[in-house]
Structures are given as structure tokens and as C-alpha cells.
Design a protein around this ligand. Structure first.
Ligand code: ADP
Ligand code: TMP
Ligand code: MG
Length: 228
């Protein structure tokens, strides 16, 4: 039986991921929207505390593994949905996992470092993309990843972010660098970097829908679920 496709929206904070993921979810024939981190699960609750309470101490490796463990909590559900012929739209996933931890490694010693990370010297595995990807190996791989990018200057004009651990201008610049580093290095045809600069919400939606339909990502497919 043909299965649904797994479509991931990645991007910087306030790039429009949640807005566009909700749009795609309403547009695809039969689909479910899953957001990571999913803060409602047992591990998601710890992640939520970590993100919202800056005095909550957790070493960077543990935090990294928890974000991955949170994805594993939803592994079965995602597979079942796809196999039932449903599309699954993801709002963040493994690339956020790699980019944020890598950014912590590269942010070492800069102002605000003790907030975004556990502080102190960073071990070299946090700068090692293979190590960072390791815990996600075996999870379903998105059939299409759309990475939304635009200038940080334009992003900063959007409705302000809250007060969570990583919501800090200088750190976000590092996250952007890390995202582009890992996504362009991948040379993976399922990953598409989409420049959404200067486009309003409807224009971005139209652009994403055009990409999805032109490549047949709105149709059920007869392939097994690919793995990370
Ligand atoms: P994310 O999930 O990536 O953090 P959101 O979808 O929550 O981003 O959008 C962040 C804010 O920016 C929201 O107030 C949203 O309405 C607004 N926004 C989203 N896309 C655009 C756009 N293309 N142009 C202007 N504002 C936008
Ligand atoms: P949100 O703002 O989209 O809810 O995401 C919460 C924060 O968690 C955001 O700053 C990105 C970060 N994050 C990681 O550090 N690693 C991950 O694997 C994921 C999914 C998110
Ligand atoms: Mg969002």
C-alpha cells in the first residue's frame, strides 16, 4: 500500500516555520502536524524545563541526547501515520538538533555562552557532526526538507521572541551559520534551501506549495520509509 510523505520545515527562529507548517498541514490531502521538541511527552517536559528555566543545569551532551530521545518517542507514531497513507509535516527535526549543538560548540567563550550552554570548555564531540547525528540514526528520513532562510536583520523586525534559552541575537547568527554549513555540505537532493526574504506569508506559502507539487511531494508514494 502506498504511503504518505514526510515533509520537514526547518529554519531559524521566527523564519516562519510554524506558520508554513500549519499551512502545509491544511493543504496536503490528509496530514498530521508534529512539532519538535514535543513538550508534552515525558522527555519533552524535561526539555521544556531546560529551555524555559535558565538556571536548570544540564550538560550539553545530555541536552543534545534528550532532543534526539524526544524524536524517538514519536518514531512509531510517525511511521504508522505514513504507512496509513497520511502525510506528516514536521516543524523542526534532526537538522535543528545538529545545528543548535554545533552552534554551542562554536559559540564557546562569547558573551551569553553560560546561558546557551552549560559553560566551560566544550568537548570536541560537540563539534563533530557525525557524533551529533549518531543518536538520530534509524529515525525516518524526511522525503523533503525545506529550510527557510532570510536575513537576521529582517527576522529581528518580526514579533519578538520570548525568553527561552537560545533566543539571543548573537547566538542565532551562529545557529544560522551552522545550519547552512551542515545543509549545504549534505549535497542531498531531498534538502532545499528556500530564501524567503522580502516575501509575505502568502507568497512564502505559494512558493513552498509550488516546490512540493512540482516534485510530486503531495502524492502518495510506493517507496519504503527512508532512514537517517
Ligand atoms: P517560527 O515558527 O519559525 O519561529 P512563526 O511562524 O511563529 O516562526 O513566525 C514568527 C512571526 O513572524 C509570527 O508573528 C508570524 O506571523 C510572522 N511571520 C511569519 N512569516 C512571515 C512573513 N513571511 N512575513 C512577515 N511576518 C511573518
Ligand atoms: P521552538 O522554539 O521551535 O519550540 O524550539 C525550541 C528550541 O529548541 C529552539 O531554540 C531550537 C531548539 N532545538 C534544539 O536545540 N535541538 C533540537 O533538536 C530541536 C528540535 C530544537
Ligand atoms: Mg515555531
Amino acid at each position: 500500500m502506498p504511503r504518505g510523505q514526510l515533509i520537514l520545515i526547518e529554519g531559524l527562529d521566527r523564519s516562519g516555520k510554524s506558520t508554513q507548517a500549519a499551512y502545509l498541514n491544511s493543504k496536503l490531502p490528509s496530514s498530521e502536524l508534529i512539532k519538535f521538541p514535543d513538550r508534552s511527552t515525558p522527555i519533552g517536559k524535561i526539555i521544556n524545563e531546560y529551555l524555559t528555566d535558565k538556571s536548570f543545569k544540564l550538560c550539553d551532551q545530555s541536552a543534545h541526547l534528550l532532543f534526539s530521545a524526544n524524536r524517538w518517542e514519536l518514531n512509531q507514531q510517525i511511521r504508522e501515520l505514513l504507512n496509513q497513507g497520511k502525510f506528516v509535516v514536521l516543524d523542526r527535526y534532526i537538522y535543528s538538533g545538529i545545528a543548535y549543538t554545533l552552534a554551542k560548540h562554536d559559540f564557546q567563550g562569547q558573551e551569553g555562552d553560560e546561558i546557551v550552554s552549560s559553560g566551560g570548555p566544550r568537548s570536541k564531540e560537540l563539534g563533530d557532526v557525525d557524533w551529533l547525528l549518531g543518536p538520530d540514526k534509524g529515525l525516518p528520513k524526511p522525503d523533503l526538507t525545506l529550510f527557510l532562510t532570510l536575513d537576521l536583520e529582517e527576522i529581528s523586525k518580526r514579533k519578538g521572541w520570548g525568553d527561552e534559552r537560545y533566543e539571543m541575537q548573537q547566538f542565532q547568527a551562529k545557529v544560522k551559520e551552522c545550519f547552512l554549513k551542515i545543509l549545504t555540505a549534505e549535497q542531498d537532493p531531498t534538502i532545499q534551501i528556500v530564501d524567503v526574504g522580502g516575501k509575505d506569508i502568502n507568497q512564502v506559502s505559494e512558493l513552498l506549495w509550488e516546490i512540493i507539487t512540482s516534485k510530486g511531494h503531495d502524492k502518495l508514494i510506493d517507496e519504503p520509509i527512508h532512514l537517517i
